[in-house]
Design a protein around this ligand. Structure first.
Ligand SMILES: [Zn+2]
Length: 74
């Protein structure tokens, strides 16, 4: 995985601000059950040719509890 060169200002999946974004072109695991920092991760497909030669590429946008608007951290 790597960080996209042209990340959007807000998450394209939900429209909220995000803390970090990473681009993936393979399988991986996201476990936020015990994550104190992040409330959710959104996935947004970028399709073939968008930064890699793989055709299964998508971006992962990490939202903190504060950014996701939950009670914790506000
Ligand atoms: Zn999002």
């Amino acid at each position: 995985m790597h960080v996209p060169e042209d990340p959007p200002e807000t998450c394209p999946a939900c429209g909220d601000p995000y803390a970090s974004v990473s681009r993936h072109d393979g399988g991986f695991v996201v476990n936020l059950l015990d994550n104190e920092r992040y409330q959710r991760v959104c996935f947004h497909p970028v399709g073939p040719g968008a930064g890699t030669d793989d055709d299964g590429t998508f971006d992962c946008f990490h939202h903190t509890h504060r950014q996701a608007g939950t009670a914790a951290g506000q």
